[in-house]
Every structure is written in structure tokens, then in C-alpha cells.
Design a protein around this ligand. Structure first.
Ligand code: HEC
Ligand code: HEC
Ligand code: HEC
Ligand code: HEC
Ligand code: HEC
Ligand code: HEC
Length: 393
């Protein structure tokens, strides 16, 4: 009798597994334009306002879907093809390169564009992590509720089977009657619950560790109201004039008060109001020989290795790709998540400017493959940029 019971419960448990799978895939089958947008695009695009890239709400009035799909999959190829609109747009945005998304499928791109055109009400997307987090919680609750329901139904079902079996046993041979086996003491069932819970929790933990944005949007008050909009934007001072390390080493570096004083010994005397007080702070720091205590904004954990020179000099990536339109910021805010998946996605997707770049001379094998026509473009991933030890000490 026990054997029969085990056999049955095995089948029922198989059924549960099927149900769970079915409900999970049902929840995730149709591409969710909003989620894809928030995960991939919202760090650079808003719907009705310019961010790093243009506002996207009316983008279909400017270009058709076929063009947009090509652009989203690989904007540099569209620009390189000489497409007039693309070249103009690229120049307008200071040659900031948009990430390529070669893996987005047609239905996913359509879902994004549908969402962008008519976003659901009350869910105006906000750039940055909080919106994405809230979204995640929503789907999580939905998912858990679904699981709960499934388990409840199965629990009742199994309970009935158990009772029926017991009745059968009692009818046939009352003396062989065992105590009914309560479901929650059924080790198989408990084991199954534990496995599902472990997979689920493990998956969520890994997912959030990888995707966790490190203080995206972080914008602390600074000891002096220094404005990039004024200095780097309106006055067009080169970023490297102040961030002197950017092409030479790991750190971009924050300028010392001496660099400010190169100009502020002479300029700013006629500034009034708060500007005057702020400039006075520079002078007092200079005269007292005390460094200005700028609050650090971008900060990777100690176990990560990141070098500006590699990206800016060898990789020829614009500051704005990783930092946003700094030259338009009164106060600097962190524009990108600086998460591991952010680094990795770019290493997978960005085609490095491989030809005529002396830094890549050493990759002879890759150069040969290009000559032989075996590969048409090279990503950082192909040069080992996904290997753990490249980024981790
Ligand atoms: C790293 C920042 C970045 C990310 C991420 C990004 N874009 Fe862009 N996007 C830009 C920039 C900058 C431009 C302006 C053109 C240029 O400089 O290349 C642009 C332009 C566009 C355009 C053309 C807009 C127009 O006015 O014609 C579309 C469409 C677009 N992006 C869609 C997307 C979609 C969809 C995603 C997500 C799958 C995305 N972008 C992710 C930076 C980004
Ligand atoms: C006149 C000097 C000067 C110029 C020019 C300048 N910066 Fe800065 N930058 C600073 C100072 C001072 C800070 C620290 C205070 C702050 O965060 O605003 C800073 C901070 C930053 C930060 C944040 C650093 C952190 O704590 O994480 C970034 C990113 C940055 N600058 C990028 C740029 C880029 C990109 C340009 C060119 C478009 C540029 N800067 C031009 C002086 C300058
Ligand atoms: C290349 C020259 C130059 C450098 C370097 C420079 N500034 Fe300026 N700064 C200016 C000029 C020009 C003005 C505008 C003065 C005016 O309006 O008369 C200004 C204005 C300011 C103001 C007042 C803004 C306002 O509200 O009117 C502050 C504060 C300031 N700078 C801080 C800094 C700090 C901090 C540094 C160093 C990190 C720095 N500047 C480096 C040229 C410079
Ligand atoms: C590939 C992405 C990327 C590019 C391109 C990039 N940065 Fe950064 N930047 C980062 C990251 C990541 C950090 C945080 C580094 C850390 O915590 O070790 C950072 C930190 C900084 C900081 C503060 C800490 C430091 O290193 O001194 C400044 C200032 C800065 N960047 C300026 C610039 C300027 C100016 C440019 C362009 C010339 C630029 N960055 C280009 C990703 C980038
Ligand atoms: C916008 C795209 C982009 C982002 C974001 C980016 N990288 Fe890169 N990275 C590149 C490119 C392109 C290269 C190739 C340049 C070169 O050869 O030095 C590169 C090279 C590197 C290398 C050198 C690998 C080698 O082969 O020696 C390291 C290490 C690295 N990146 C770490 C990081 C880390 C850590 C982050 C995130 C904090 C990051 N990168 C974010 C584009 C990016
Ligand atoms: C292109 C650069 C890059 C590569 C390659 C890379 N990582 Fe990371 N990793 C990062 C960055 C950046 C962070 C910090 C992310 C954060 O703090 O949000 C990180 C964080 C982590 C963390 C800590 C997660 C946490 O919550 O802080 C672990 C563990 C990790 N990486 C493991 C790996 C392993 C294993 C590999 C190889 C399969 C790998 N990484 C490859 C850039 C990289």
C-alpha cells in the first residue's frame, strides 16, 4: 500500500513541478517592454525629457520601426553607413555612443517601442534604480502569490488522495490500517518544497547581487558649489585640464585647489552673491593650504579593478558614455549603475575601434581573423573582458 501511495504522490509532485513551470513561463513569456526599457535604456533615456540620449516618446514620428530596430541593435553601424539623420543625431549628442543591443529580438524591440509610445498611466518612468526596484517587487509578489495558490490546490488534492487511499485500505483489510500519513510529514513533499524555495531564493540573491546598482543617481552636496555646467559646458574647459589622470592611469583624479587658482587668482572678483562666497572658499583653502574635502560620488568596491586609461585612451570611450552629460550638470550625479552587469554588457556589446589603434597591435590572432573575414568586428569580450581576474583582484 505504501508503494502505491509513493507512486501516486510522485506523480502528483511531478504535476506540481509542471504547474510551477507553466505558471513561471506564463508570467515571463510575453516580452515586457517596460521592463526591458527600464533594464537597458532608462539609464540613458527618458520618455519626455532629454537625459544622456533624446526623449523617446515621439521617436516613431521621426523614424520608422525598421530604422529604429537597426539603430537599437547597432547604432554605430547605422552611423558608419553614412545615414544622414544618424550622423547628425550622433554629432548633436557630442558623439556619445549608445550601447549596442544586438541580442534584442524583433518582438522585444516592438514591445519597447509600444511601451515608449503609450506608457501605462501613473508609471511615468524615473531614471535610475528606485523605479526598477519597485517594479521587481511587483512581479515578485505576483509570482509568490501564484506559487502559493498552486501549492494550496495541490495540498488539498494530495490530502484527498491520502484519505481515499486510507478508506480503501480500511475497507479491504481493516487490521492493516496505518495511521494516515499527514502531508506535512511526507518527506518527499517537504524536500520538494525546500528545493523550490532554495532555487527561488538563490536565483533572487544572485540576480540582485549582479544587478545591484551602486547608488545610481547619487548626488551629494559638495563643500563648494562648483558647476560643471559653467566650467565644462559654457566655458568648455577640457575635462582633462582638471581630471589630469584620466589618460594616464586608473584614477581620473579630482583637481587640487592649485588648478582652480590658476584662474581664480584672477577671475571671479566681480562675481556677486553666493558665487562670491563660494570663490572665497577656494581662496581660503589655498591660503591655509587645506585641501577641499570633495565628497566622492563614483565608488567601486575594493575588489574591483577599473582603469580610466584603458577605457578613455585605448578604448576611446567618451566620458559621457559612463558619466552622462556632465557638462550640463550643476551638481554631478552618478549616471550609470556601476554594477557588474553594466561592465559586462558593455564588454559584450561595444565594438572596439580595433583597426588603426596601436593598443590592439598585440592581438595578432584577431587581426588575422579579420583579414580572413572570419570575424567582422571585435568586442572587448573577445579579448578576454569577461574573465573574472581582469576585473577582480
Ligand atoms: C549609454 C547610454 C544609452 C543607452 C543605454 C541607450 N541609449 Fe539610445 N541613445 C543614446 C544616445 C547618446 C543617443 C543619441 C545619438 C548618439 O549619440 O548616438 C541615443 C539615441 C537613441 C535613439 C534615436 C532617437 C532619435 O531621436 O532619433 C533611439 C530610438 C534609442 N536611442 C533607443 C534606445 C533604446 C530602445 C535603448 C535600450 C534598449 C537605448 N536607446 C539605450 C544613448 C543610450
Ligand atoms: C575646472 C575643473 C573641472 C573640469 C574642467 C571638469 N571637472 Fe569634473 N570635477 C571637478 C571637481 C572639482 C569635481 C569634484 C566636485 C564635484 O563632484 O562636483 C569633479 C567631479 C567630477 C566627477 C565625479 C567624481 C566623483 O566623485 O565620482 C566626474 C565624473 C567628473 N567630474 C567628470 C568630468 C567630465 C566628464 C568633465 C568634462 C566634460 C569634467 N569633469 C570637467 C572639476 C572639473
Ligand atoms: C580655466 C579657468 C577656470 C578654472 C580652472 C576654474 N574656474 Fe571657476 N570660474 C571661472 C570663470 C571664468 C568663472 C566665472 C566668473 C565670472 O562670472 O566672472 C568661474 C566661476 C566660478 C564660481 C562661481 C560660480 C557662480 O555662481 O558665479 C565658482 C564657485 C568656481 N568658479 C569654482 C571653481 C573651482 C572649485 C575650481 C577648481 C576645481 C574652478 N572654479 C576652476 C574660471 C575657472
Ligand atoms: C568605461 C566607463 C568610464 C569612462 C569612459 C570614464 N569613466 Fe570616470 N569613472 C568610471 C568608474 C567606473 C568610476 C569609479 C572608479 C572607482 O571607483 O575606482 C569613475 C570615476 C571617475 C572619477 C572619480 C574618481 C577618480 O577616478 O578620480 C572622475 C573624476 C571621473 N571618473 C572622470 C572621468 C572623465 C573626465 C572621463 C573622460 C575623460 C571619464 N571619467 C571616463 C567609469 C568611466
Ligand atoms: C561603455 C563601455 C564599457 C563599460 C561600461 C566598461 N568597459 Fe571595460 N572596457 C571597454 C572597452 C571598449 C575596453 C577595451 C579597451 C582596452 O583594450 O583597453 C575595456 C577594457 C577593460 C579592461 C581591460 C581588459 C583587458 O583585456 O586587459 C578592464 C579590466 C575593464 N575594461 C574593466 C571594466 C570594469 C571593472 C567596468 C565596470 C566598472 C568596465 N570595464 C566598464 C568598455 C567598457
Ligand atoms: C568587466 C568587469 C567584471 C568582470 C569580467 C567580472 N566582474 Fe564581478 N564585479 C564587477 C563589478 C564592477 C562588481 C561590483 C558590483 C557592485 O558592487 O554592484 C563586481 C562584483 C562581484 C561580486 C560581488 C557581488 C556583490 O554583491 O558585491 C562577485 C562575487 C563577483 N563580482 C564575481 C565575479 C566572477 C565569479 C566573475 C567571473 C565569472 C566576475 N565577477 C567577472 C566587475 C566584473
Amino acid at each position: 500500500m505504501n508503494k502505491l501511495y509513493n507512486l501516486l504522490s510522485k506523480h502528483v509532485l511531478g504535476l506540481i513541478a509542471l504547474l510551477v513551470l507553466a505558471s513561471a513561463s506564463a508570467a515571463y513569456a510575453a516580452p515586457d517592454g517596460e521592463a526591458i526599457f527600464k533594464n537597458n535604456c532608462s539609464s540613458c533615456h527618458k520618455l519626455d525629457e532629454k537625459l544622456v540620449g533624446p526623449a523617446l516618446k515621439d521617436v516613431e514620428k521621426r523614424r520608422d520601426r525598421a530604422w529604429l530596430a537597426k539603430w537599437i541593435r547597432n547604432s554605430s553601424a547605422v552611423i558608419a553607413s553614412g545615414d544622414e539623420y544618424a550622423v547628425k543625431l550622433f554629432n548633436e549628442y557630442n558623439k556619445t555612443q549608445m550601447t549596442a543591443f544586438p541580442n534584442l529580438k524583433d518582438d522585444e524591440i516592438n514591445a519597447i517601442l509600444d511601451y515608449v509610445k503609450t506608457p501605462p498611466k501613473d508609471k511615468a518612468p524615473v531614471a535610475g534604480a528606485p523605479a526598477a526596484g519597485a517594479e521587481d517587487n511587483g512581479t515578485m509578489i505576483y509570482f509568490v502569490a501564484l506559487l502559493f495558490l498552486v501549492f494550496l490546490v495541490v495540498y488539498l488534492l494530495l490530502g484527498r488522495v491520502n484519505n481515499n487511499l486510507n478508506e480503501m485500505v480500511q475497507e479491504k483489510s481493516p487490521e492493516a490500517f496505518d495511521k494516515p500519513l499527514p502531508l506535512l510529514k511526507n518527506r518527499r513533499f517537504i524536500g520538494f518544497l525546500i528545493i523550490i524555495a532554495t532555487i527561488f531564493v538563490g536565483y533572487r540573491a544572485a540576480d540582485s547581487a549582479i544587478d545591484m546598482g551602486r547608488s545610481q543617481g547619487y548626488s551629494p552636496d559638495q563643500p563648494i558649489k562648483y558647476s560643471h555646467k559653467l566650467h565644462a559646458g559654457e566655458m568648455k574647459i577640457d575635462c582633462k585640464y582638471c581630471h589630469v589622470g584620466v589618460e594616464k592611469g586608473k584614477q581620473a583624479g579630482i583637481p587640487t585647489v592649485n588648478i582652480c587658482m590658476n584662474c581664480h587668482k584672477a577671475v571671479g572678483e566681480t562675481v556677486n552673491g553666493t558665487g562670491k562666497e563660494e570663490i572665497a572658499k577656494i581662496k581660503s583653502a589655498y591660503e591655509n593650504n587645506t585641501p577641499i574635502k570633495w565628497v566622492r560620488i563614483h565608488n567601486l568596491p575594493d575588489h574591483v579593478y577599473f582603469s580610466h586609461a584603458q577605457h578613455v585612451k585605448a578604448g576611446q570611450i567618451a566620458c559621457q558614455t559612463c558619466h552622462g552629460q556632465i557638462q550640463e550638470m550643476e551638481v554631478v550625479a552618478q549616471n550609470q549603475p556601476l554594477s557588474m552587469s553594466w561592465c559586462i554588457n558593455c564588454h559584450r556589446e561595444t565594438k572596439v575601434q580595433f583597426n588603426n589603434n596601436k593598443y590592439y597591435g598585440m592581438y595578432e590572432e584577431l587581426h588575422q581573423k579579420i583579414k580572413d573575414g572570419k570575424v567582422t568586428s571585435v568586442t572587448e569580450a573577445m579579448m578576454g573582458g569577461l574573465e573574472c581576474q581582469k576585473c577582480h583582484y
